[in-house]
Design a protein around this ligand. Structure first.
Ligand SMILES: [Mg+2]
Length: 198
């Protein structure tokens, strides 16, 4: 190898190394700031983080009365049928890697939900899986805990976040979602995450 080639090669890799070190520094800084200030973000569960239509279908087919404890037991244990929504799920992990506490908030009753909690333990390691009594109870949870963003698909998710003075982000429902009510994206002048139906 000629001397010039060696120099070019070294220069090239020095440049690369500097870039990687620079990115690591930025990440470290972001991570420290978010961790020290204990910033948190929260995601609604059904139709926001996952497409859960298959779990509900299984519960409807199971024979227990809809929305009875038996029904919710089947829904909560059928997380293997649920599909993460790529855009929202990816974003949740980006927040997690950047040092944010990530929580999941759902209005499902907490029945036989041990497996579900365990399934999500890595994403919510520093946050929690929060079961609230109904949509109107979400703002009380969002008020305590340094939340800066709340991601949800329903109109009431947006309203609850605003009530708690947390910035809401609308996640679009999948075309295959079973839920049709309480859903008018952009109608409240909120920010809608592009491609979040996927
Ligand atoms: Mg939802």
């Amino acid at each position: 190898m000629k001397l010039k080639n060696v120099r070019d090669w070294v220069g090239h890799w020095l440049g690369r190394t500097k870039m990687v070190l620079g990115a690591l520094c930025v990440w470290g800084l972001v991570f420290s700031v978010t961790t020290i200030s204990r910033l948190a973000v929260a995601f609604d569960y059904d139709d926001t983080l996952v497409l859960s239509a298959a779990a509900y279908q299984k519960a409807f087919a199971h024979g227990s009365q809809p929305y009875s404890p038996g029904f919710w037991s089947v829904v909560n244990q059928s997380y293997d049928l649920e599909k993460p929504k790529l855009v929202a799920y990816g974003l949740a992990w980006i927040f997690r890697v950047c040092g944010f506490r990530v929580s999941i908030m759902t209005t499902r009753p907490e029945i036989d939900a041990g497996g579900l909690r365990k399934e999500w333990r890595h994403l919510i390691a520093r946050g929690g899986f929060i079961f609230v009594a109904d949509q109107a109870a979400k703002h009380a949870q969002l008020q305590n805990g340094n939340y800066v963003l709340y991601f949800g698909d329903s109109d009431s998710d947006i309203a609850q976040a605003r009530k708690a003075k947390v910035f809401p982000v609308r996640i679009k429902r999948s075309r295959r979602s079973m839920h049709k009510n309480d859903y008018h994206p952009k109608a409240m002048g909120e920010w809608v995450l592009p491609l979040s139906q996927y």
